[in-house]
Design a protein around this ligand. Structure first.
Ligand SMILES: NC(=O)c1ccc[n+]([C@@H]2O[C@H](COP(=O)([O-])OP(=O)(O)OC[C@H]3O[C@@H](n4cnc5c(N)ncnc54)[C@H](O)[C@@H]3O)[C@@H](O)[C@H]2O)c1
Length: 351
């Protein structure tokens, strides 16, 4: 079974990726947890599809409580978090017990944050179910909830005791969410893995699914490799933000409704590469390759019309802030990422 070790100074753990892993989830959990109580935090969609299965599997060895939330980003709120704290306390959870984050990135972030804060920290395991969660949000220990002022404004770094990934769960994922996750797969390929990029360009739909375990492994490998060198996101980890600066602007401009996160990042990756190519900082033809792969996975690449001043304001650089710098993530060619520190006065050329 494909396994990755995440070796961090305070906490080392494994990421296990295996088709059908949910069928023997209890066995894996017992390797890192020896007490009795488990609180599963999930959403309605996952509960409906996999609730009975996981409950039956775990109830043989553990005392289980299932906390089921509304699906979607609105559940990543302080209000929902408070409800989760109440249910966990009602279950009389202690610091020796375990929380399972069983769902997409919303559940992973919220359950992880609840685990990191209640009783000053309860161990938790990530069982990610969306493609985005399996290749990105479940790895790296960033957990958070949103505030009305913005996304992920209250959060912490809190590493799980394990990340258990069953690629078979993706079979029930809605197509738009699947392609949303593919945008982040494409991002990893663009920044660090030319071979993966070429595979993605060449795969038939069947080959994509046949290779999903390997793709997830490669993405988790790249992320954990960066995380172990920069756990607290103070330097190298920012290369994972390729396409995200413009992506965030687009998401915000359309109030997080018209474009998914992945779609906005897709546009960001193409647009910044097209501009860096025009400036001679990226190998000719790279933007076109990105456009080709994005189109293949039903992702947009065309930049919507957003006022330039608005873009600069949103990224925190406007006319008032002369002399400020921003770190932009660029690629020299497919698979070769680098960080460029750019002065405010030059930023427009990249946007
Ligand atoms: N912590 C991090 O490092 C990190 C990184 C990237 C994104 N995120 C966060 O992740 C969140 C987005 O995650 P997401 O895209 O997984 O969203 P999500 O959790 O809302 O899941 C998307 C939808 O798919 C459904 N779903 C999930 N798995 C399914 C399955 N196997 N079968 C059927 N339906 C399924 C969910 O119920 C939901 O409706 C955002 O809040 C974002 O901020 C966090």
């Amino acid at each position: 079974m494909p396994t990755l070790n995440v070796d961090l100074p305070q906490n080392s753990y494994q990421i296990i990726i295996e088709k059908g892993l949910l069928n023997r989830i209890s066995e894996e959990i017992k390797k890192v947890y020896t007490n009795k109580k488990i609180a599963i935090i999930t959403d309605n969609n996952i509960e409906e599809l996999y609730g009975d299965k996981i409950r039956k599997e775990l109830e043989i060895d553990f005392q289980v409580r299932m906390i089921v939330l509304e699906p979607g980003e609105k559940s990543k709120s302080l209000e929902v978090l408070e409800g989760v704290y109440n249910e966990l306390l009602d279950f009389q959870i202690t610091r020796g017990d375990l929380i399972l984050a069983f769902g997409g990135g919303v559940i992973g972030d919220l359950a992880g944050f609840a685990a990191s804060t209640l009783l000053r920290g309860i161990p938790y395991i990530q069982i990610p179910t969306s493609l985005l969660a399996q290749i990105d949000s479940s790895v790296g220990g960033k957990v958070a909830v949103n505030l009305p002022q913005g996304k992920n404004l209250v959060g912490s770094f809190y590493q799980p005791s394990a990340v258990l990934i069953d690629p078979e769960l993706l079979a029930t994922l809605d197509k738009r969410y699947f392609y949303d996750g593919m945008a982040e797969v494409i991002k990893y390929a663009c920044i660090l893995d030319k071979e993966l990029f070429e595979d993605l360009l060449g795969f038939t739909e069947r080959e994509l699914f046949e290779n999903m375990e390997r793709i997830i492994f490669k993405c988790c490998y790249m992320k954990k490799d960066i995380v172990v060198r920069d756990e607290l996101d103070t330097g190298e980890r920012m290369v994972l933000n390729f396409g995200h600066t413009l992506g965030h602007v687009i998401e915000k401009q359309y109030k997080y409704s018209k474009y998914t996160h992945g779609e906005a990042v897709a546009i960001g990756m193409y647009h910044i590469t097209k501009n860096s190519e025009d400036m001679g900082k990226t190998k000719k033809g790279t933007a076109n390759l990105i456009k080709k792969v994005l189109s293949k996975y039903q992702l947009p690449y065309e930049m919507p019309a957003i006022d330039r001043e608005k873009i600069l304001q949103t990224i925190g650089l406007d006319k008032k802030n002369k002399g400020q710098y921003i770190n932009l993530i660029l690629i020299k060619e497919i698979g070769q990422v680098y960080i460029e520190k750019i002065n405010n006065k030059d930023i427009s050329s990249y946007m």
